[in-house]
Design a protein around this ligand. Structure first.
Ligand code: GLN
Length: 390
């Protein structure tokens, strides 16, 4: 093949999310795979989008993001974390969190740099690092419970380390970092020129009364971090593709140098509508933990006697399902059987690893109507009964 046709990511295929959603559509299966709600958005948000377009907000938005929207974001960071963030120099609106992650990585990772990621790592991280010319060092989280091995991180951080990719609440592990984890992250990156990119798109979805520990609330980490958030998750509308990145002015300047040539600016009427919607709801985001916790508990209760094990889910849109007691297939094969025999699409975990360990886990999305969760649980229970019966 011509070298140019091989592209820059010859070993990369289509994301597991797209693959599983496509298969679910083809087979008319229940899609508990890709993380998106199947219920309606608040009609008020739709109304405000229509009003923004009718009101003429249809040309380029400012490159950094609509000032009014960034002010809403800053006000919330003040209310929730007690922070005083300057929206002008420290907040950038991006095309979903994925663009923020991609642009931040392109902004600071140079050829030869090393970037640390924790496996299972969200699938967009490593390709973004490679496209920047960097090398991703993947350190597995420890079982049981997907714990950080901070000693190993300390031993891995070296001269070439430029960035640590952190993610809490963690997709797909469904665990939330503790304040001790943040202290350890600060310690391993201290006194070196190591930056942090913290993917916090599920900041509002932390369960059982626990607090979300943002790098922004840790002053030392905040000074060297990009923190990334998502309105898609907060507003139950993943198709908006509007996210934002909070970073100190020096990092924000570098981020914007890439952002301006990547997406330039984000859909203007959507930014208007989101800002108006948030202005009507100063408490935005705070209802999400209870909302999704009820969904998690509903699904867990419905699967309680299935024979599947349900690892603790501390946050996110997801619940892991451990089929190890019922079946010894690998997770890709098990997800395929669930799809074709039980009519349920899930996300296997091995695509999130450089070297997949022997895990018997698939990820279920809980951001679904109660009736979808009930139907999903019924299909999983019936499949489990078949497995138990041999
Ligand atoms: N964040 C979504 C998930 O984890 C996937 C988004 C995507 O498909 N790019 O399921």
């Amino acid at each position: 093949m011509m070298r140019a046709l091989a592209g820059k990511l010859p070993d990369v295929g289509t994301t597991i999310f797209t693959v599983m959603s496509r298969r679910a559509r083809e087979l008319d299966a229940l899609n508990l795979g890709q993380g998106f709600p199947d219920y309606d958005i608040d009609p008020r948000l739709a109304e405000l989008v229509a009003a923004a377009m009718a009101g003429g907000h249809n040309q380029y938005a400012p490159m950094e993001g609509l000032p009014w929207l960034r002010e809403r974001i800053a006000a919330r960071l003040g209310a929730v974390y007690g922070l005083n963030i300057d929206p002008e120099s420290a907040i950038t609106v991006t095309l979903g969190a994925t663009e923020a992650i991609y642009s931040a990585i392109q902004a600071v990772v140079a050829p030869g740099d090393e970037v640390i990621a924790f496996d299972p790592a969200y699938d967009s991280y490593e390709p973004a690092v490679r496209l920047a010319g960097g090398r991703c060092i993947r350190l597995p989280l420890l079982q049981p419970g997907f714990r950080y091995d901070w000693e190993r991180v300390r031993a891995t951080v070296g001269e070439r380390t430029r960035l640590v990719l952190f993610n809490s609440p963690h997709n797909p592990a469904c665990v939330a970092a503790s304040s001790a984890d943040l202290a350890a992250l600060a310690a391993v990156t201290r006194d070196r020129e190591v930056l942090v990119l913290s993917d916090e798109v599920y900041e509002n979805v932390v369960f059982d009364g626990a607090a979300h520990h943002s790098v922004l609330s840790h002053p030392e980490l905040a000074a060297r971090s990009f923190a990334v958030f998502s309105f898609g998750k907060t507003l139950h509308a993943t198709g908006l593709r509007v996210g934002y990145c909070v970073a100190p002015p020096a990092l924000t300047r570098e981020l914007r140098k890439v952002h301006q040539f990547n997406t330039f600016s984000i859909a203007h009427p959507l930014q208007h509508a989101i800002a108006a919607y948030l202005a009507e709801r100063p408490q935005w985001g705070r209802e999400l933990a209870g909302f999704f916790q009820a969904k998690r508990d509903r699904l867990r209760a419905a699967l309680a006697s299935s024979g599947f094990r349900l690892p603790a889910a501390q946050g996110t849109y997801f619940q892991l399902l451990d089929y190890g007691a019922l079946c010894d297939l690998g997770d890709l094969d098990f997800a395929e059987r669930l799809l074709t025999e039980a009519g349920v699409a899930t996300i296997p975990l091995s695509p999130f690893y450089l070297q997949p360990p022997r895990l018997t886990l698939v990820r279920l999305c809980i951001a679904k109507r109660d009736s979808t969760l009930d139907e999903g649980a019924a299909r999983l229970n019936a499949f489990a009964a078949r497995l138990r019966g041999g």
